[in-house]
Design a protein around this ligand. Structure first.
Ligand SMILES: [Cu+2]
Length: 259
């Protein structure tokens, strides 16, 4: 199992180990099936060669072994599904962290970038309007809305604090993209017209990649963002710095002229 894990990206979220465990088990099953079916295929080539069977038999194999093996495979697959896959997926989609105790962020995909939208210190996302979308305002954020005044937006840069649940509201402006955070073992399609919640708890400080995992157009290859996991203090500093940039520039006080 460890040899398999060495090939995986590092685990940077609390549920990553569970996903990897299931992936490894599925690969072991597939390895057994590959070797088993491959050996059976070679056996069949030899056993039913033309010189030994000049006349074709249309009935086929009648032994009980193949049926028994098929039942074993179905049982093993059912065990993987019922005891690993379904419980693991249920944890991702049944309950979500409350907005009060999570870092809440909107991620809006577009050809070919990731627009990130933080609600700012007030914790409320400002209004967005499609008619306001422009090159300078890819989210169409309405800064006249009181809730939008302190909102922070970035392109291709998602900063998050470590060891705190993250709740992403994921959507898309144009085509279907896929929000892929390999180190977090997170992958979710971003679909136009839908907002899909995704949550995870990053547990390893570092810089990782946001990859679009859906072939979404000619520029798909460059649809690459970054996710920076920081300590709580560094994240707060980053957040405050972003927010300060939103403040109107201080009015210059005229220096008194000495006559
Ligand atoms: Cu994409």
């Amino acid at each position: 199992m460890q040899q398999f894990l060495a090939m995986f990206p590092i685990q940077a979220s609390t549920h990553a180990a569970e996903v990897d465990q299931m992936t490894v088990l599925v690969h072991w099953l597939m390895l057994v099936l590959f070797v088993g079916w491959g050996a059976f295929f070679v056996f069949v080539l030899f056993r039913f060669r033309k010189s030994a069977n000049p006349k074709a038999d249309y009935v086929g194999a009648k032994g009980k072994i193949s049926k028994g093996l098929e039942i074993v495979i179905v049982v093993v697959e059912a065990i993987l599904l019922v005891f690993y896959a379904i419980p693991a997926w249920a944890k991702r989609v049944k309950t979500f962290p409350s907005e009060n105790e999570a870092t809440v962020v909107r991620v809006v995909a577009e050809q070919f970038s990731w627009n990130i939208h933080y609600p700012g210190p007030d914790g409320k996302f400002g209004r967005t309007d499609i008619s306001l979308v422009s090159a300078d305002n890819p989210l169409g954020l309405d800064r006249r809305d009181p809730n939008a005044k302190d909102d922070i937006t970035t392109i291709n840069q998602l900063n998050l604090p470590v060891d705190k649940p993250v709740l992403v509201h994921l959507s898309s402006k144009d085509v279907i993209h896929s929000f892929g955070l390999y180190e977090m073992r997170v992958k979710q399609d971003a679909i136009p017209g839908m907002t899909i919640p995704v949550w995870f708890i990053p547990n390893r400080i570092g810089e990782y990649e946001i990859a679009c995992s859906q072939l979404c157009g000619l520029g798909h290859f460059r649809m690459r963002g970054f996710i920076t996991i920081q300590s709580a203090a560094n994240y707060k500093k980053w957040y405050d710095d972003q927010d300060k940039e939103l403040l109107p520039p201080p009015v210059a006080t005229p220096t008194p002229t000495v006559l």
